[in-house]
Design a protein around this ligand. Structure first.
Ligand SMILES: *Cc1c(COP(=O)(O)O)cnc(C)c1O
Length: 421
């Protein structure tokens, strides 16, 4: 469910005409819907009614401060994977006590920052990291609350590049290695085991692999408790899929929550969840303007002003985004196939092949739907293109929540060495 729809032939976000946003802010521009973000946060929270649970929104899906504050006001915590994301979450008003720190490569500096803030939990991904975390914490006179991220060897996820829970993936520790690590925690001065963590991938529409992974994880919690570890939390990660095609019907949050309740309720344990895409994905779009039609012998290219530097998902994961014109096509317009491409000098700078569109003319605007997650966060300035702007809509108002940098700002960090000046 999202709040992007046509009214009298024009695509709106909530009560805002998106053509007006494009006129005011320019293109390309991301637009996020507050009502959609709120709705998704509430649907998930309601699905987990009765479960002692912390919904730690995955900041890497969309870390814009205004998006984070919107979710903070819905009671979300945060799952962060870097010191920068931690600072973003704090700046947006998410209390440290609701922040968990994941990721395979935390530096000492990042650990210190998180310990100084007093975050809820570190999800630790290797024996080596555990030793370093203990050392950093002990030096500060602190004890870090730790969950070991285990690798349940379950394949899942919408694309091989977003599967994280299979043996051979870089994430988590091997199943057989986990009990030994919990033993090791007891011998280390700066860490304390509070739970077990698992995250098997992203864009998972089928609950079966999740259930399998979660049952294994809960089994491990039981085993570790029997071995004398006082575990009070289980972190089940994120990964729930969203519909990118109209005909997709991924498992809904309610079914996901019921499955988790079923597996965890006998444990008397806090359940931590790290949803990202399912909250932000359908809450955002990317608006682009058509620059040219370019006929080739076997196809017609539609060249738009957004590039893979603005939205990399199609290039990185062969991802599909529905494309809607901001002005709804009349019934008389013929739909013909286009290869929709950006201006970047890379052949992978292609958003869609042979996509049926209602003959978009230069100057027409198009929306890449479902771009709210892993869109703007993955944007770059490749080809010296300014970082894409972001807008937040709330009802009938909108605001630029990240403006496009000027050329001077883009180059401000660069410095000419003496010998060239
Ligand atoms: C990316 C990530 C998430 C969020 O995944 P979604 O598919 O966006 O829900 C959660 N936890 C960890 C550890 C992640 O790396």
């Amino acid at each position: 469910m999202h709040h992007f729809s046509y009214h009298q032939g024009r695509l709106y976000c909530e009560q805002v005409d998106l053509s007006r946003v494009a006129d005011d802010v320019g293109t390309p521009v991301y637009v996020y819907s507050t009502a959609t973000l709120r709705r998704h946060a509430r649907v998930i929270a309601e699905a987990f009614t009765g479960v002692d649970c912390l919904i730690a929104y995955s900041v890497k899906a969309n870390g814009n401060l205004a998006v984070l504050r919107t979710l903070a006001r819905e009671g979300c915590g945060a799952d962060v994977v870097s010191g920068g994301e931690l600072l973003r979450a704090l700046r947006a008003g998410i209390p440290a006590s609701r922040i968990v720190f994941s990721g395979v490569g935390k530096s000492r500096m990042e650990m210190k920052l998180a310990l100084d803030q007093g975050i809820h939990q570190f999800n630790v991904e290797s024996a080596a990291e555990l030793v370093v975390l203990s050392d950093v914490a002990a030096t500060l006179g602190k004890v870090a609350p730790v969950a070991i991220r285990v690798n349940p060897d379950v394949a899942a996820g919408g694309h091989p590049n977003i599967s994280t829970g299979k043996a051979g993936d870089k994430f988590g520790v091997a199943w057989a290695e986990a009990p030994g690590l919990y033993q090791q925690i007891q011998a280390l001065p700066g860490v304390e085991a509070v739970g077990v963590d698992v995250h098997i991938g992203s864009q998972i529409g089928d609950l079966a692999p999740m259930r399998l992974a979660f049952e294994k994880t809960v089994g491990l919690v039981r085993q570790l408790r029997a071995e004398g570890h006082t575990l009070t939390r289980v972190d089940l990660g994120g990964g729930l899929a969203i519909p990118y095609h109209a005909e997709d019907s991924p498992a809904p949050p309610k079914a996901y929550a019921d499955m988790i309740r079923d597996i965890t309720e006998a444990l008397g344990i806090q359940v931590i969840l790290e949803p990202g895409r399912v909250i932000a994905g359908n809450a955002g779009i990317l608006i682009t303007e058509v620059l040219y039609q370019k006929p080739a012998p076997d196809r017609t290219f539609l060249i738009v002003d957004a590039g893979m530097n603005d939205l990399i998902r199609p290039a990185l994961y062969q991802a599909h985004h529905d494309i809607l014109p901001l002005r709804e096509a009349g019934a008389d317009v013929g739909w013909t196939p286009f290869d929709v491409v950006g201006p970047i000098c890379e052949s992978t700078d292609k958003f869609a092949s042979q996509r049926l569109l209602p003959n978009p003319e230069p100057g027409d605007r198009l929306a890449f739907m479902s771009s709210g997650a892993y869109g703007a966060v993955l944007a770059s300035q490749y080809n010296a293109r300014p970082l894409v702007a972001e807008v937040l809509v709330d009802g009938d108002r909108f605001a630029v929540v990240r403006r496009r940098p000027s050329f001077e700002e883009m180059i401000a960090l660069e410095h000419m060495p003496d010998w060239l000046s």
